[in-house]
Design a protein around this ligand. Structure first.
Ligand SMILES: Cc1ncc(COP(=O)(O)O)c(C=O)c1O
Length: 404
């Protein structure tokens, strides 16, 4: 008889069945069981010499000082990152992916990009949702994107308050009360150990056989991911204007983003960084994924949050910072011809922060360089992020986190 070579036994894979705690078990206990199990299973022993067996996931609340070490790829690692030098307030690190782009070195430990799906935390590339999920079938869901800066989740409470508002607009149930959702976000971020990156959260109405009207009693699907910034942020950008072909509920941060995708494609085709939506009435609304501001004769202008735009968290902070600095602000409908004649234009978003637009529709804005008001507000926003302290578990989500 032919003797077959003995194959190595693969490491155990974790699935929902492995950890199901039985009928009636809540999502919380199941999630805890999954986490305990994963922490036991995933050690660095398969990636590093046998003598080094630190957990792949950082325990929540790990001490940064004891964790941080010299930055740079270590011998034998499969991915790395290198500092990117540049002028201005933006700074970053470039990912230098090797065999495993989801794992990057930061000092002494690997920083994994993580995903959370309904209570199960996995490396990002292993995360899965059902093809029957209504997010996949109908874009029936909402989302939030928060910045991770200096190890902090910037303005998470304001993002969660907006998520709650989006959910209310679509009569979409959230998977857990807001304070618990906040704790779950912070726990995932702490486990990832990511210092600078993007936190993504999405809630869909759940999975069911494909039928437009959702049956009652669906369990919402909650997905969260933590990702590192793969490129340094731009210090200035270029833009075009495009017709606004979006729906009428733009105050809701819905995952149905096809007009945004097409606008971004138009920008790429035009060789610029961003597209700015202009209504049929000639009013400037917002960027495809950011809010717009312009400056004329020292006065800061931005369109109102009247339902035709998303009320950006960064926009709100920038308006507060402008007021604190005595900059005159006019929140009012913004005609395209006034916008084009502005001395300065800039965009705001959680990921981009505050970024000047130096060319619009192929023509320079002002003298084609970032203007003084944009620069002051960009510096002010970065200063705000540096001073930001996250106050967790507040009963009042919209006002709990603040600069120290
Ligand atoms: C259409 C739109 N407007 C504005 C923003 C900026 O919002 P925030 O500052 O909360 O990131 C975004 C962000 O994704 C967006 O998609």
């Amino acid at each position: 008889m032919l003797s077959l070579p003995r194959l190595p036994v693969p490491p155990p894979r974790l699935t929902g069945h492995d950890v199901d705690t039985g009928a009636g078990a809540g999502r919380g206990s199941r999630a805890r069981a999954v986490l305990r199990r994963r922490e036991q299973l995933h050690t660095l022993s398969d990636l590093r010499p046998k003598s080094q067996t630190r957990p792949l996931f950082l325990p929540a609340g790990v001490d940064r000082a004891s964790r941080d070490g010299p930055v740079g790829p270590k011998p034998g690692c499969r991915a790395g990152r290198r500092p990117v030098t540049g002028s201005g307030v933006g700074r970053g690190e470039e990912c230098v992916p090797g065999g495993d782009a989801a794992l990057c070195w930061t000092g002494e430990i690997l920083v994994p990009e993580l995903a959370y799906v309904n209570g199960v935390i996995t490396p990002l590339e292993e995360a899965r949702v059902s093809v029957e999920d209504r997010g996949f079938q109908f874009a029936d869901g909402i989302y939030e994107v928060a910045k991770i800066f200096d190890g902090k989740l910037i303005d998470l409470d304001r993002h969660l308050a907006r998520l709650e508002n989006s959910a209310r607009m679509l009569e979409l149930p959230l998977p857990m009360p807001l304070p618990e959702l906040g704790r779950t976000c912070r726990d995932l971020h702490a486990r990832s150990g990511i210092e600078d990156g993007v936190f993504y959260l999405q809630v869909t109405r759940g999975a069911c056989p494909r039928v437009h009207a959702a049956p009652p009693g669906l369990e919402p699907t909650l997905v969260m991911t933590t990702r590192r910034l793969s490129r340094p942020l731009p210090e200035k950008i270029t833009a075009i204007t495009v017709p606004n072909n979006r729906w009428k509920m733009c105050a809701c941060k819905a995952i149905a983003l096809l007009p945004t995708v097409l606008a971004k494609h138009a920008a790429v085709k035009a060789g610029v960084n961003e597209a700015i939506f202009v209504g049929d009435d000639g009013l400037v609304l917002e960027g495809a994924s950011d809010n717009v501001f312009c400056v004329k004769d020292g006065v800061l202008h931005t369109p109102p949050a009247d339902g035709r735009i998303l009320e950006g968290i960064t926009r709100g902070r920038v308006l507060e910072l402008a007021e604190e600095r005595g900059i005159e602000v006019r929140v009012a409908p913004l005609p395209l011809d006034e916008f084009r004649a502005a001395d300065e234009v800039f965009l705001t978003s959680s990921v981009l922060t505050v970024v000047p637009v130096v060319a619009l529709d192929g023509r320079p804005v002002g003298d084609g360089r970032p203007g003084p008001v944009s620069t002051v507000l960009r510096e002010a926003y970065w200063d705000f992020m540096r001073r930001f302290r996250d106050v967790t578990d507040s009963p009042n989500p919209s006002g709990s986190s603040s600069p120290a």
